[in-house]
Design a protein around this ligand. Structure first.
Ligand code: NI
Ligand code: MN
Length: 227
């Protein structure tokens, strides 16, 4: 069965691979763009990119209900361990062979404090290599950085990039990121949740298709893309 990626609105993603469900930054409660609610999603693993509320989201509630293991940097992981969750800590540049594939934490230029204000370590992105050697790159919340070229050298099947501006890359820098990453396909996220990050994803997709070799995939919240 093919690897499937679902956008749940904002930065909330689902990955279905090898009959496992992985959630990335599951934010449903209080997310005006959420396609479903936190009680209706399945998870075997949850990846949390940094401590901000729109990324930790419903992690605690979903992990308690499903028993999912949460993967994050060690500061975020320790904070979640104290809440009683099963966690697996990694750090930037480090990869590990999980049941769903090889997951490496990547650089992200952003902040990271926990919902209670405690220190959330360095924010990160995620590079997942599936059992079929497909590479999925989730930039998560970040500004543009030149080392995306190094990530691009790995051969990216799918890149998931923020385009909202204000807190993360905007459309122009996200287009530069596509040039650096050279993915086969790219999905824009982290936009239109609030007016502050209002963007036109279709206009961005037209630029991606015209100026790069990547296929731009604009999803509606709840829609799925199959690799
Ligand atoms: Ni953030
Ligand atoms: Mn965010």
């Amino acid at each position: 069965m093919s690897t499937k990626v679902t956008w749940y609105g904002h930065a909330s993603m689902g990955v279905h691979v090898d009959d496992m469900n992985i959630l990335v930054d599951p934010f449903f409660s209080g997310n005006p763009a959420a396609a479903v609610d936190a009680d209706s999603v399945n998870a075997d693993f949850i990846l949390v990119s940094h401590g901000h509320g729109d990324h930790v989201g419903d992690t605690i509630q979903i992990a308690r209900r499903t028993g999912a293991t949460v993967i994050a940097n060690s500061e975020v992981a320790n904070w979640l361990r104290v809440q009683g969750l099963n966690v697996h800590a990694q750090h930037i540049g480090g990869g590990y062979h999980h049941p769903f594939g090889y997951l490496k934490l990547t650089l992200a230029l952003h902040g990271s404090s926990m919902p209670d204000g405690s220190y959330g370590g360095n924010p990160c992105g995620f590079l997942l290599t599936t059992s079929r050697e497909e590479k999925l790159y989730f930039a998560c919340d970040t500004g543009l950085f030149g080392d995306m070229r190094l990530i691009g050298e790995e051969g990216i099947a799918l890149a998931v990039l923020p385009i909202g501006d204000n807190y993360t890359m905007g459309p122009d820098d996200a287009l530069r990121a596509v040039h650096f990453l050279k993915p086969q396909a790219v999905i824009p996220i982290h936009y239109n949740t609030w007016d502050l990050i209002k963007q036109d994803p279709e206009a961005w997709a037209v630029r991606v298709e015209a100026e790069t070799d990547a296929h731009a995939v604009v999803l509606m919240p709840g829609q799925q893309y199959s690799l």
